[in-house]
Ligand binder design. Sequence first.
Ligand SMILES: [Zn+2]
Length: 392
Amino acid sequence: MFEYRGFMLDSVRHMQRIEEIKKLIDALAVLKFNKFHWHLTDDQGWRFESERFPELNTVAAVRPYSDFGKTRDDEPYGRVYTKSEMREIVDYCAERGIDVIPEFDIPGHTSALLSAIPSLSCSGKDVKIKTHQGIFKDVLCLAKEETFEVITAILDEFLEVFPSEYIHIGGDEAPRDHWKSCPDCQKYMQENGIENYAEYQNCFMNRIIGYLESKNRHCIVWNEAANGSNLDKRAIIQYWKENPKPAVKFINGGGKAILSPFSYCYFDYDYNITPLNRTYSLKPYLNGLTEEGKKNIIGVEGTVWTEYIIGNEQLESLVFPRIIAVSKLALGENNKPYKDFVADVHGIRNRLNGIAFCDEKLWKKPRISTAYGWLKFVKDHYTKEFIKEQIL
Ligand SMILES: [Zn+2]
Protein backbone atom coordinates (compact mmCIF):
# COMPACT_ATOMS: atom_id res chain seq x y z
CA MET A 1 0.00 0.00 0.00
CA PHE A 2 1.27 3.46 -0.90
CA GLU A 3 1.45 6.19 1.71
CA TYR A 4 0.10 8.74 -0.81
CA ARG A 5 -3.25 7.80 -2.41
CA GLY A 6 -4.55 10.83 -4.24
CA PHE A 7 -7.26 12.35 -6.33
CA MET A 8 -7.03 15.79 -8.00
CA LEU A 9 -9.96 18.02 -8.84
CA ASP A 10 -9.71 21.13 -11.04
CA SER A 11 -12.11 23.70 -9.61
CA VAL A 12 -10.82 26.53 -11.79
CA ARG A 13 -11.96 25.86 -15.34
CA HIS A 14 -15.33 24.84 -13.93
CA MET A 15 -16.24 24.98 -10.26
CA GLN A 16 -18.13 22.47 -8.16
CA ARG A 17 -20.50 23.30 -5.35
CA ILE A 18 -19.36 22.46 -1.82
CA GLU A 19 -22.01 19.73 -1.58
CA GLU A 20 -20.78 18.19 -4.85
CA ILE A 21 -17.20 18.12 -3.55
CA LYS A 22 -18.37 16.46 -0.32
CA LYS A 23 -20.13 13.78 -2.34
CA LEU A 24 -16.85 13.04 -4.14
CA ILE A 25 -14.99 13.02 -0.80
CA ASP A 26 -17.42 10.45 0.58
CA ALA A 27 -16.66 8.20 -2.38
CA LEU A 28 -12.89 8.76 -2.04
CA ALA A 29 -13.11 7.74 1.61
CA VAL A 30 -14.83 4.46 0.65
CA LEU A 31 -11.95 3.85 -1.78
CA LYS A 32 -9.42 4.58 1.02
CA PHE A 33 -7.86 7.62 -0.64
CA ASN A 34 -6.02 9.86 1.82
CA LYS A 35 -5.11 12.92 -0.28
CA PHE A 36 -7.44 15.38 -1.99
CA HIS A 37 -5.39 17.60 -4.30
CA TRP A 38 -7.42 20.71 -4.99
CA HIS A 39 -6.40 22.74 -8.06
CA LEU A 40 -7.42 26.29 -7.11
CA THR A 41 -5.49 28.69 -9.35
CA ASP A 42 -4.94 28.85 -13.09
CA ASP A 43 -5.11 31.04 -16.19
CA GLN A 44 -8.89 30.98 -16.35
CA GLY A 45 -9.69 31.81 -12.75
CA TRP A 46 -8.69 32.16 -9.12
CA ARG A 47 -10.62 30.28 -6.45
CA PHE A 48 -8.83 31.09 -3.17
CA GLU A 49 -10.26 33.96 -1.11
CA SER A 50 -7.52 36.36 -0.06
CA GLU A 51 -7.80 39.02 2.63
CA ARG A 52 -4.41 40.47 1.84
CA PHE A 53 -5.08 40.90 -1.91
CA PRO A 54 -8.82 41.51 -2.31
CA GLU A 55 -8.47 42.11 -6.06
CA LEU A 56 -7.88 38.36 -6.37
CA ASN A 57 -11.46 37.81 -5.16
CA THR A 58 -12.91 40.03 -7.86
CA VAL A 59 -10.67 40.60 -10.89
CA ALA A 60 -8.88 37.23 -10.83
CA ALA A 61 -11.91 35.14 -9.92
CA VAL A 62 -14.25 36.07 -12.74
CA ARG A 63 -13.64 35.55 -16.45
CA PRO A 64 -15.86 37.57 -18.77
CA TYR A 65 -17.03 34.54 -20.76
CA SER A 66 -16.00 30.93 -21.34
CA ASP A 67 -14.88 29.59 -24.67
CA PHE A 68 -13.63 26.09 -24.03
CA GLY A 69 -13.75 24.50 -27.42
CA LYS A 70 -17.24 24.16 -28.71
CA THR A 71 -19.13 25.05 -25.56
CA ARG A 72 -19.13 28.84 -25.54
CA ASP A 73 -20.91 30.54 -22.65
CA ASP A 74 -21.28 34.32 -22.87
CA GLU A 75 -22.00 34.83 -19.18
CA PRO A 76 -19.26 35.96 -16.75
CA TYR A 77 -18.06 32.92 -14.81
CA GLY A 78 -16.45 32.22 -11.46
CA ARG A 79 -15.92 33.26 -7.87
CA VAL A 80 -13.56 32.36 -5.07
CA TYR A 81 -14.31 29.73 -2.48
CA THR A 82 -14.52 31.59 0.81
CA LYS A 83 -12.12 30.66 3.59
CA SER A 84 -15.05 29.33 5.54
CA GLU A 85 -16.06 27.06 2.62
CA MET A 86 -12.51 25.81 2.17
CA ARG A 87 -12.21 25.12 5.92
CA GLU A 88 -15.48 23.23 5.71
CA ILE A 89 -13.90 20.97 3.05
CA VAL A 90 -10.70 20.60 5.10
CA ASP A 91 -12.74 19.54 8.17
CA TYR A 92 -14.99 17.23 6.16
CA CYS A 93 -11.93 15.53 4.66
CA ALA A 94 -10.14 15.31 8.02
CA GLU A 95 -13.10 13.44 9.51
CA ARG A 96 -12.60 10.89 6.73
CA GLY A 97 -8.81 10.57 7.03
CA ILE A 98 -8.12 12.72 3.97
CA ASP A 99 -5.65 15.65 3.77
CA VAL A 100 -6.48 18.53 1.45
CA ILE A 101 -3.47 19.55 -0.64
CA PRO A 102 -4.14 22.91 -2.27
CA GLU A 103 -2.42 23.77 -5.53
CA PHE A 104 -1.20 27.31 -6.18
CA ASP A 105 0.30 26.89 -9.64
CA ILE A 106 3.40 29.05 -10.33
CA PRO A 107 5.22 30.47 -12.29
CA GLY A 108 3.07 29.55 -15.32
CA HIS A 109 -0.71 29.22 -15.37
CA THR A 110 -0.82 32.59 -13.62
CA SER A 111 -2.87 34.75 -16.04
CA ALA A 112 -5.71 35.18 -13.53
CA LEU A 113 -3.31 36.21 -10.75
CA LEU A 114 -1.53 38.61 -13.12
CA SER A 115 -4.83 40.11 -14.27
CA ALA A 116 -5.27 41.26 -10.65
CA ILE A 117 -1.60 42.08 -9.89
CA PRO A 118 0.05 42.89 -13.25
CA SER A 119 3.21 44.26 -11.61
CA LEU A 120 4.32 40.63 -11.11
CA SER A 121 4.73 40.09 -14.87
CA CYS A 122 7.93 40.92 -16.76
CA SER A 123 6.45 43.90 -18.60
CA GLY A 124 4.14 45.03 -15.77
CA LYS A 125 1.49 45.63 -18.42
CA ASP A 126 -2.12 44.54 -18.08
CA VAL A 127 -2.70 40.80 -18.44
CA LYS A 128 -6.06 39.33 -19.35
CA ILE A 129 -7.64 36.44 -17.52
CA LYS A 130 -8.03 33.64 -20.06
CA THR A 131 -11.34 32.38 -21.43
CA HIS A 132 -10.19 29.22 -23.23
CA GLN A 133 -7.95 26.21 -22.71
CA GLY A 134 -4.25 26.12 -23.53
CA ILE A 135 -0.75 27.09 -22.41
CA PHE A 136 -0.20 30.84 -22.13
CA LYS A 137 2.86 33.07 -22.22
CA ASP A 138 1.81 35.23 -19.25
CA VAL A 139 4.05 34.00 -16.44
CA LEU A 140 5.57 35.51 -13.30
CA CYS A 141 8.69 37.62 -13.55
CA LEU A 142 11.05 35.68 -11.31
CA ALA A 143 13.67 38.40 -10.97
CA LYS A 144 11.55 40.96 -9.17
CA GLU A 145 11.72 40.73 -5.38
CA GLU A 146 8.09 41.82 -5.31
CA THR A 147 7.12 38.51 -6.95
CA PHE A 148 8.67 36.50 -4.12
CA GLU A 149 7.10 38.75 -1.51
CA VAL A 150 3.59 38.56 -2.95
CA ILE A 151 3.69 34.82 -3.65
CA THR A 152 4.89 34.03 -0.13
CA ALA A 153 2.28 36.38 1.37
CA ILE A 154 -0.44 34.52 -0.54
CA LEU A 155 1.07 31.18 0.49
CA ASP A 156 0.92 32.31 4.13
CA GLU A 157 -2.83 32.63 3.68
CA PHE A 158 -2.96 29.15 2.11
CA LEU A 159 -1.12 27.73 5.12
CA GLU A 160 -3.67 29.23 7.51
CA VAL A 161 -6.51 27.42 5.75
CA PHE A 162 -4.80 24.15 4.80
CA PRO A 163 -2.90 22.29 7.55
CA SER A 164 -1.67 19.55 5.16
CA GLU A 165 2.05 18.70 5.25
CA TYR A 166 2.05 19.05 1.44
CA ILE A 167 1.44 22.15 -0.68
CA HIS A 168 1.39 21.84 -4.48
CA ILE A 169 3.15 24.71 -6.25
CA GLY A 170 2.76 23.66 -9.89
CA GLY A 171 5.91 24.29 -11.89
CA ASP A 172 4.42 23.02 -15.17
CA GLU A 173 3.95 24.54 -18.60
CA ALA A 174 5.72 27.89 -18.12
CA PRO A 175 6.72 29.37 -21.52
CA ARG A 176 10.01 31.27 -21.43
CA ASP A 177 9.18 33.96 -24.01
CA HIS A 178 8.89 36.91 -21.62
CA TRP A 179 11.93 35.90 -19.57
CA LYS A 180 14.00 35.98 -22.75
CA SER A 181 13.20 39.64 -23.41
CA CYS A 182 12.97 40.88 -19.81
CA PRO A 183 15.97 42.99 -18.70
CA ASP A 184 15.40 42.00 -15.04
CA CYS A 185 15.29 38.27 -15.82
CA GLN A 186 18.32 38.50 -18.11
CA LYS A 187 20.31 40.45 -15.53
CA TYR A 188 19.47 37.91 -12.80
CA MET A 189 20.53 35.01 -15.01
CA GLN A 190 23.79 36.70 -15.99
CA GLU A 191 24.71 37.73 -12.45
CA ASN A 192 24.05 34.25 -11.12
CA GLY A 193 25.61 32.36 -14.03
CA ILE A 194 22.38 30.60 -14.96
CA GLU A 195 22.46 29.33 -18.49
CA ASN A 196 19.12 27.68 -19.12
CA TYR A 197 15.55 28.61 -18.36
CA ALA A 198 14.60 25.37 -16.60
CA GLU A 199 17.28 26.13 -14.01
CA TYR A 200 16.24 29.76 -13.87
CA GLN A 201 12.68 28.68 -13.07
CA ASN A 202 13.97 26.37 -10.36
CA CYS A 203 16.04 29.09 -8.69
CA PHE A 204 12.70 30.70 -7.89
CA MET A 205 10.87 27.44 -7.16
CA ASN A 206 13.70 26.40 -4.81
CA ARG A 207 13.32 29.66 -2.88
CA ILE A 208 9.62 28.92 -2.47
CA ILE A 209 10.36 25.30 -1.51
CA GLY A 210 12.85 26.55 1.10
CA TYR A 211 10.32 29.07 2.39
CA LEU A 212 7.64 26.39 2.83
CA GLU A 213 10.14 23.94 4.34
CA SER A 214 10.91 26.61 6.96
CA LYS A 215 7.20 26.41 7.83
CA ASN A 216 7.39 22.60 8.03
CA ARG A 217 5.57 22.03 4.75
CA HIS A 218 6.76 19.99 1.77
CA CYS A 219 6.19 21.00 -1.83
CA ILE A 220 4.84 18.94 -4.68
CA VAL A 221 5.64 20.06 -8.24
CA TRP A 222 4.69 18.71 -11.66
CA ASN A 223 7.48 16.74 -13.27
CA GLU A 224 8.58 19.47 -15.72
CA ALA A 225 10.27 21.08 -12.72
CA ALA A 226 12.78 18.20 -12.81
CA ASN A 227 13.88 19.34 -16.30
CA GLY A 228 16.16 21.77 -14.48
CA SER A 229 18.84 19.67 -12.80
CA ASN A 230 18.95 22.02 -9.80
CA LEU A 231 15.49 21.19 -8.40
CA ASP A 232 15.60 20.98 -4.58
CA LYS A 233 15.49 17.30 -3.64
CA ARG A 234 13.07 18.08 -0.84
CA ALA A 235 10.37 18.64 -3.47
CA ILE A 236 8.23 15.72 -4.55
CA ILE A 237 7.55 15.49 -8.26
CA GLN A 238 4.18 14.53 -9.64
CA TYR A 239 4.95 12.61 -12.79
CA TRP A 240 2.31 13.22 -15.46
CA LYS A 241 4.11 13.99 -18.70
CA GLU A 242 5.36 10.81 -20.20
CA ASN A 243 8.88 11.84 -21.12
CA PRO A 244 10.57 10.38 -18.12
CA LYS A 245 14.34 10.91 -18.40
CA PRO A 246 14.83 13.97 -16.13
CA ALA A 247 12.14 12.64 -13.77
CA VAL A 248 13.83 9.23 -13.60
CA LYS A 249 17.18 10.92 -12.91
CA PHE A 250 15.60 12.96 -10.11
CA ILE A 251 13.99 9.87 -8.55
CA ASN A 252 17.09 7.67 -8.90
CA GLY A 253 19.06 10.50 -7.31
CA GLY A 254 16.95 10.31 -4.16
CA GLY A 255 13.96 12.55 -5.03
CA LYS A 256 10.47 11.32 -4.23
CA ALA A 257 7.62 11.06 -6.73
CA ILE A 258 3.92 10.49 -7.18
CA LEU A 259 2.70 8.85 -10.38
CA SER A 260 -0.09 10.33 -12.51
CA PRO A 261 0.92 9.47 -16.10
CA PHE A 262 -1.66 11.21 -18.23
CA SER A 263 -2.46 8.33 -20.54
CA TYR A 264 -3.60 6.29 -17.50
CA CYS A 265 -4.63 8.77 -14.84
CA TYR A 266 -6.19 11.81 -16.59
CA PHE A 267 -9.89 11.22 -16.44
CA ASP A 268 -10.93 14.24 -18.48
CA TYR A 269 -10.09 12.10 -21.53
CA ASP A 270 -12.84 9.90 -22.92
CA TYR A 271 -12.95 6.18 -22.24
CA ASN A 272 -12.20 5.72 -25.98
CA ILE A 273 -8.77 7.16 -25.26
CA THR A 274 -8.20 5.83 -21.73
CA PRO A 275 -10.38 2.79 -21.12
CA LEU A 276 -10.77 1.32 -17.65
CA ASN A 277 -8.56 -1.69 -18.45
CA ARG A 278 -5.72 0.68 -19.41
CA THR A 279 -5.92 2.56 -16.10
CA TYR A 280 -6.05 -0.82 -14.31
CA SER A 281 -2.87 -1.91 -16.13
CA LEU A 282 -0.73 0.94 -14.69
CA LYS A 283 2.41 -0.29 -12.96
CA PRO A 284 3.90 1.73 -10.11
CA TYR A 285 7.33 2.36 -11.62
CA LEU A 286 8.97 4.00 -14.63
CA ASN A 287 11.42 2.60 -17.14
CA GLY A 288 14.94 3.31 -16.02
CA LEU A 289 14.30 3.34 -12.27
CA THR A 290 16.85 1.53 -10.18
CA GLU A 291 15.74 -0.71 -7.29
CA GLU A 292 16.52 2.18 -4.94
CA GLY A 293 14.64 4.57 -7.25
CA LYS A 294 11.52 2.41 -7.15
CA LYS A 295 11.39 2.91 -3.39
CA ASN A 296 11.08 6.66 -3.97
CA ILE A 297 7.65 6.32 -5.58
CA ILE A 298 5.44 7.28 -2.66
CA GLY A 299 2.07 7.12 -4.34
CA VAL A 300 -0.34 7.49 -7.21
CA GLU A 301 -3.00 10.02 -8.08
CA GLY A 302 -5.95 10.16 -10.47
CA THR A 303 -6.77 13.61 -11.83
CA VAL A 304 -9.63 15.37 -13.55
CA TRP A 305 -9.30 18.66 -15.42
CA THR A 306 -12.54 20.46 -16.11
CA GLU A 307 -12.20 22.55 -19.27
CA TYR A 308 -14.89 20.45 -20.94
CA ILE A 309 -16.74 19.30 -17.82
CA ILE A 310 -19.62 21.48 -16.78
CA GLY A 311 -22.01 19.38 -14.73
CA ASN A 312 -21.28 17.08 -11.82
CA GLU A 313 -22.89 14.04 -13.41
CA GLN A 314 -20.52 14.34 -16.38
CA LEU A 315 -17.61 14.77 -13.96
CA GLU A 316 -18.53 11.74 -11.87
CA SER A 317 -19.03 9.45 -14.85
CA LEU A 318 -15.59 10.37 -16.20
CA VAL A 319 -13.98 9.70 -12.81
CA PHE A 320 -15.95 6.54 -11.94
CA PRO A 321 -15.06 3.75 -12.29
CA ARG A 322 -11.54 4.65 -13.49
CA ILE A 323 -10.58 6.08 -10.09
CA ILE A 324 -11.35 2.65 -8.58
CA ALA A 325 -8.50 1.23 -10.69
CA VAL A 326 -6.17 3.87 -9.22
CA SER A 327 -7.34 3.02 -5.71
CA LYS A 328 -6.56 -0.66 -6.28
CA LEU A 329 -3.02 0.21 -7.38
CA ALA A 330 -2.63 2.61 -4.45
CA LEU A 331 -3.71 -0.13 -2.04
CA GLY A 332 -1.57 -2.80 -3.70
CA GLU A 333 -4.70 -4.74 -4.64
CA ASN A 334 -4.28 -4.69 -8.40
CA ASN A 335 -3.03 -8.22 -8.95
CA LYS A 336 -6.34 -9.82 -9.92
CA PRO A 337 -7.22 -10.45 -13.57
CA TYR A 338 -9.23 -7.62 -15.15
CA LYS A 339 -12.51 -9.55 -15.12
CA ASP A 340 -12.26 -10.14 -11.37
CA PHE A 341 -11.50 -6.45 -10.90
CA VAL A 342 -14.67 -5.61 -12.84
CA ALA A 343 -16.65 -7.85 -10.48
CA ASP A 344 -15.13 -5.87 -7.58
CA VAL A 345 -16.15 -2.61 -9.27
CA HIS A 346 -19.79 -3.73 -9.23
CA GLY A 347 -19.57 -4.48 -5.52
CA ILE A 348 -17.91 -1.14 -4.76
CA ARG A 349 -20.45 0.73 -6.86
CA ASN A 350 -23.21 -0.41 -4.51
CA ARG A 351 -21.36 1.31 -1.67
CA LEU A 352 -20.92 4.64 -3.49
CA ASN A 353 -24.15 6.41 -2.82
CA GLY A 354 -25.66 7.91 -5.93
CA ILE A 355 -22.37 8.48 -7.77
CA ALA A 356 -22.86 8.58 -11.55
CA PHE A 357 -20.88 5.86 -13.31
CA CYS A 358 -19.86 5.63 -16.93
CA ASP A 359 -21.99 3.16 -18.88
CA GLU A 360 -20.35 -0.26 -18.60
CA LYS A 361 -20.43 -0.74 -22.38
CA LEU A 362 -17.79 2.00 -22.64
CA TRP A 363 -15.41 0.78 -19.93
CA LYS A 364 -13.25 -1.48 -22.01
CA LYS A 365 -11.32 -0.44 -25.08
CA PRO A 366 -13.67 -0.66 -28.07
CA ARG A 367 -12.72 -2.10 -31.43
CA ILE A 368 -11.99 1.39 -32.70
CA SER A 369 -8.44 2.55 -32.24
CA THR A 370 -7.06 5.04 -29.74
CA ALA A 371 -6.29 7.27 -32.74
CA TYR A 372 -9.99 7.37 -33.54
CA GLY A 373 -10.69 8.19 -29.89
CA TRP A 374 -8.32 11.14 -30.12
CA LEU A 375 -9.85 12.35 -33.39
CA LYS A 376 -13.28 12.24 -31.81
CA PHE A 377 -12.03 14.11 -28.71
CA VAL A 378 -10.46 16.83 -30.87
CA LYS A 379 -13.59 17.08 -33.05
CA ASP A 380 -15.84 17.31 -29.97
CA HIS A 381 -13.81 19.94 -28.12
CA TYR A 382 -11.37 21.90 -30.28
CA THR A 383 -12.30 24.78 -32.54
CA LYS A 384 -10.26 25.53 -35.67
CA GLU A 385 -9.02 28.74 -34.02
CA PHE A 386 -7.71 26.81 -31.01
CA ILE A 387 -5.88 24.26 -33.18
CA LYS A 388 -4.30 27.07 -35.21
CA GLU A 389 -3.20 28.85 -32.00
CA GLN A 390 -1.56 25.66 -30.71
CA ILE A 391 0.34 25.06 -33.95
CA LEU A 392 1.53 28.64 -34.55
ZN1 LIG B 1 11.20 39.20 -15.90
